[in-house]
Design a binder for this molecule. Structure first.
Ligand SMILES: *[C@@H]1O[C@H](CO)[C@@H](O)[C@H](O)[C@H]1NC(C)=O
Ligand SMILES: *[C@@H]1O[C@H](CO)[C@@H](O)[C@H](O)[C@H]1NC(C)=O
Length: 177
């Protein structure tokens, strides 16, 4: 009887450890629920995109950058893109309308949170960065550098729908916690 109880405990402990490990492996993707961010962006999209005067150039939406990213590079690319927005776009953009500013800040906070989660994944060796993601990231930074900084920031904000759609597509099926 006692032996049986001990083995039940052992099984319970193993199941618990296994579920912790499984949750750990999925954490990179669970933290990527971007639907609230998409909703926030939809509320300011028209205003932001109307301020973008360089309709003939693009920062994100070139075929050789986002769409050529393979599944194994998605985590690293997502991390790099979030860093690009957190470190450059949100800092370079100066918003005078307090209502728009509040929404941009909310998106920026979500990005910061998701970026930190992906950095933790990387520390746990679950988010490998290879040359393809590094190259694609460099192309995006080069595109950004080709414009005057204010125009580059507003254009990148206007392209948030491209980024969010890409994240949504590439993290599909893993959004449910
Ligand atoms: C895009 O248009 C602007 C003016 O609207 C012009 O100054 C710029 O050279 C154009 N850029 C490209 C890459 O065509
Ligand atoms: C990355 O860029 C370098 C230099 O442009 C190039 O030689 C290399 O083939 C690229 N690697 C990938 C994986 O695209």
């Amino acid at each position: 009887m006692k032996a049986q109880r001990v083995s039940l405990w052992l099984v319970a402990a193993m199941v618990f450890l296994w579920s912790v490990r499984a949750r750990g492996l999925r954490r990179c993707l669970i933290s990527m629920d971007i639907h609230p961010v998409e909703e926030t962006f939809q509320e300011i999209k028209k205003t932001i995109q109307a301020k973008d005067t360089f309709q003939n150039v693009t920062i994100l939406s070139t075929s050789e950058t986002l769409h050529s990213i393979k599944p194994s590079d998605v985590c690293c690319m997502t991390k790099n893109l979030l860093a690009f927005y957190v470190d450059r776009v949100f800092k370079d953009h100066q918003e005078l309308n307090p209502q728009i500013l509040r929404k941009i800040s909310s998106i920026a906070n979500s990005f910061l949170y998701m970026h930190k989660a992906l950095q933790r994944c990387q520390a746990q060796r679950q988010c490998h960065c290879r040359e393809a993601a590094t190259n694609a990231t460099r192309i995006i930074h080069d595109n950004y550098d080709q414009l005057e900084v204010r125009s580059a920031a507003i254009k990148s904000l206007g392209e948030l729908d491209v980024l969010l759609a890409w994240i949504d597509k590439n993290h599909q099926g893993t959004l449910v916690a």
